[in-house]
Design a protein around this ligand. Structure first.
Ligand code: PLP
Length: 404
C-alpha cells in the first residue's frame, strides 16, 4: 500500500482565513442585511490600470493571428520582461543584477513555497515571528521541521525570531546560526520596514556564516521613507548570500492575473554549487512559463503611463493606511506599520487576545481584521488591518471603531 507524506499531518488543523470566514459567515447569517467591512485579507480591490489593460488587449490580439501567436513561453520568462525588470528594479538602483538572474513565475507564493526544494532536507530554517505562514508550512511539508507544539504555538526544529515593539519588529540576529533565513520587508503582517544598515547586518551575518537569505520584497512598492532599501541587493555583498522574491500582486493588482519573479544571482554558490543553476533546473523542470499575455501586462507596469497610474494606485491604498493609522491613534490604540506597507499592526486593548479582539470588532463594529496570533506566537495580543479596501469602506470602518 502507498505511504503518504506524513509531514502534512503535522500542520495544525484550521487555516487562519477559513476560521475567519466561518466566523464572519455565522455573524452574517444571524444578522442579515448588516454591512460588514472586511479589512482582513491581503487582496486588492482596485481594478487593473489602463496601461496594463491595454497591454493585455494587444497581447490577446497577437494570440489571434498565426503570425504573432505564441505557444509555450520560455520557462524562465520572456527576455522583454526580464530585461526591463533588471534595468528598472535593479540596475537603476545601483544593484548588480542582470536579466539572466531573474526567473519569471506565476507569483511570489509559489516561489516562496518552492524555493526550499533546492536546499538539503536537514537545513535549519529561521523565520520571523509573526510570519507569512507559507515559509513555515512548506518546510513542514518537506519534512524540515519537527512536530507542532500546540502550547507554544509553533514547530519544533524551527528558529523563530521574535519581532516585537522592542526591536521595532525587525528580528535580532539569532545566536544559533540558521542555514536558511526568511526575511520579508516591508513586512506582512507587521507592516514594518527595515533600514539599509539593519539589512546590511543580516547580509554580513549570512555571508559570514554561509547561510542563505530568502528575501521577500512583495511590498516593495509601498516604501515611502527615504533610505529604506527596495531590494536586498542594495546591500553590499548580498549577491553572494541572498535570493529575492518579488510579486506583481500588490504593486500592480495582479492577484488574479498572477505574475512574479525570483532573483537568484550567479554569484550565489554553496558547497561549490550554483544555486542559480539549481533554480534554473527546478524552474525549467516543474514550471512551463507564465502566460505571454500576462508577461506583456507585466512589461506595461514599467512603461511611463503604467508607472504613473500605479503610483496613483499605491497612493490610493496608502491614503487608506493613513486613515487607519491616524484613526486608531486618535482612538488611543498603540499602532505601527502603515507607512512603508499597506498593513497596520495594532496592539489589542486591555490585554485582549487576538481572537477576542477579532470577535469584539466583528460584533461591535462589524469590521473584520486578522488576529495576530494567526501569524505566530509572538503575534498574540496584536491585530492586522489592511489598507486594500475601498477608501469609503475604510473611512466608515474607522468611524465605527472610533465610536466604540
Ligand atoms: N509574500 C508575501 C509576504 C505576501 O504577503 C504575499 C501575499 O499576500 C505573497 C508573498 C504572495 O504573493 P503572490 O500573489 O505574488 O503569490
Amino acid at each position: 500500500m502507498v505511504s503518504v507524506n506524513k509531514n502534512y499531518q503535522k500542520l495544525p488543523g484550521s487555516y487562519l482565513f477559513s476560521t475567519i470566514a466561518k466566523k464572519v459567515n455565522a455573524y452574517q447569517e444571524s444578522h442579515p442585511g448588516e454591512k460588514i467591512i472586511r479589512l482582513g485579507i491581503g487582496d486588492v480591490t482596485q481594478p487593473l490600470v489602463p496601461a496594463v489593460i491595454s497591454a493585455l488587449h494587444s497581447a490577446v490580439d497577437e494570440m489571434a493571428d498565426a503570425a504573432s501567436f505564441r505557444g509555450y513561453a520560455p520557462d524562465l520568462g520572456y527576455a522583454f520582461l526580464r530585461e526591463v525588470i533588471a534595468r528598472e528594479d535593479y540596475q537603476a538602483r545601483g544593484c548588480r543584477i542582470n536579466a539572466d538572474e531573474i526567473f519569471i513565475s506565476d507569483g511570489a507564493k509559489s516561489d516562496s513555497g518552492n524555493i526550499q526544494e533546492i536546499f538539503d532536507r536537514n537545513s535549519r530554517i529561521a523565520v520571523c515571528d509573526p510570519v507569512y505562514p507559507v515559509y513555515v508550512d512548506t518546510n513542514v511539508m518537506a519534512g524540515r521541521t519537527g512536530s507542532y507544539n500546540a502550547d507554544r504555538g509553533n514547530f519544533d526544529g524551527v528558529i523563530y525570531m521574535p519581532c516585537r515593539k522592542e526591536n521595532e519588529f525587525v528580528p535580532d540576529l539569532p545566536e544559533e546560526v540558521p542555514d536558511i533565513i526568511y526575511l520579508c520587508f516591508p513586512n506582512n503582517p507587521t507592516g514594518s520596514a527595515v533600514s539599509k544598515d539593519r539589512l546590511q547586518e543580516w547580509v554580513d551575518y549570512a555571508n559570514r556564516n554561509g547561510s542563505v537569505i530568502i528575501y521577500d520584497a512583495a511590498y516593495e512598492a509601498y516604501i515611502s521613507t527615504p533610505g529604506v532599501p527596495h531590494s536586498i541587493y542594495e546591500c553590499e555583498g548580498a549577491e553572494t548570500c541572498a535570493i529575492e522574491l518579488r510579486s506583481f500582486s500588490k504593486n500592480a493588482g495582479f492577484t488574479g492575473l498572477r505574475l512574479g519573479f525570483t532573483v537568484v544571482p550567479k554569484a550565489l554558490i554553496r558547497e561549490g554549487i550554483s544555486l542559480h543553476g539549481m533554480w534554473a533546473r527546478r524552474h525549467g523542470t516543474k514550471f512551463n512559463g507564465a502566460p505571454y499575455i500576462v508577461q506583456r501586462a507585466g512589461e506595461a507596469v514599467y512603461s511611463s503611463e503604467g508607472r504613473q497610474q500605479l503610483s496613483e494606485q499605491v497612493g490610493y491604498y496608502m491614503r487608506n493606511a493613513g486613515v487607519i493609522l491616524n484613526g486608531l491613534r486618535d482612538a488611543g490604540y498603540e499602532v505601527s506599520g502603515g507607512v512603508d506597507a499597506p498593513y497596520i499592526w495594532l496592539r489589542t486593548p486591555q490585554g485582549m487576545t487576538s481572537w477576542d479582539f477579532f470577535d469584539y470588532l466583528l460584533n461591535r463594529a462589524k469590521v473584520v481584521g486578522t488576529p495576530g496570533s494567526g501569524f505566530g506566537a509572538f503575534g498574540e495580543g496584536y491585530f492586522r488591518l489592511t489598507a486594500f479596501g475601498t477608501y469609503e469602506n475604510t473611512v466608515e470602518a474607522l468611524e465605527r471603531i472610533r465610536a466604540l
